[in-house]
Design a protein around this ligand. Sequence first.
Ligand code: OGA
Ligand code: NI
Length: 337
Amino acid sequence: MAAVSNKTLLLSDLNSDVVPIHYIRPISERPNLTDIITSDIPIVDLRGIDGADHSSIVKAIGLASTTMVSLTQLIESMLCVAREFFRLPESERNAKYSDNPSKANRLSTSFNVHTEKIGCWRDYLRLHCHPLEEFVHEWPSNPPSFRDVAARYSRKIRELACKLLSCISESLGLEKDWMEKSLEDFGQHMAINYYPPCPDPELVYGLPAHKDPNVVTLLLQDTVPGLQILKNGNWVAVNPIPNNSIIVNLGDQIQVLSNGRYKSVLHRAVVNSDKERISIPTFCCPSMDAVIESHKSFLNQHHNKQLYRSFTYGDYYKAFWNRGLSQESCLDLFTNP
Ligand code: OGA
Ligand code: NI
């Protein structure tokens, strides 16, 4: 492991002008950065969500596979404490390090250093956010405002997530509270992804192509491009929209709950040579015991069978961490014959 042979735990501490060998992807699996298209993705302005525009917003959400919404001041503060955290002196920051995926709140690197063959060009801080009181004392206490800002941000983003879930239910023709009820007091995890500059971005991924295993991901990114989604067979750059936008990424559980009507989105993160990049996804997940199955109204309407067998989210999550990012998703393991 190059990170170890260079005597660093995290990429953030690596000082090298070449890419260490264990990050380099085989030629056929590289990002081909010159081929990337920039195109529009659907944007939904959620400001009228509680007012007269409600029904048109629900319609727009039904049409959009990825949406952006405007949020508040908190976004700036969240990005700010995230950046400050990764700028802390190594000894201070790395006290939070753990490579044990079952630990709820930890600083780590790549994806799962125990199972992967090629590393991801990423360090990350992973935080559980719900119920907040249970986890906040394990979060970093430096920079001093970290806990306060991240707690306020995660509360706000949860409110937004609830509204979105309700609109998604409505757009599927279901009761507003159906999605949220199915998730049984949904879990909320945040990752603070830190992608350092890379001597040769063509050789590596920040995160290789994957679908998020959860229900929806609300992703905040700074001003540096890096996120790409697969759209009609092409990799498309989802460049940051200035002024506080959040990207909503549909995950595997939306695909199961809607019996395939909405699809989870294949996406990846690339890195660049001169700028660091920070992204902060909030993953909304069913509770581990929630039984995931599509609403019976989808059976005749869209397919005459349940595309996926029933499972608990705990089973799915275990499969996801076992498989890692070597495949796009774990849906194939739960597909009905
Ligand atoms: C993720 C992810 C993309 C990004 O953390 O699951 O897809 O832009 N991140 O960092
Ligand atoms: Ni993702």
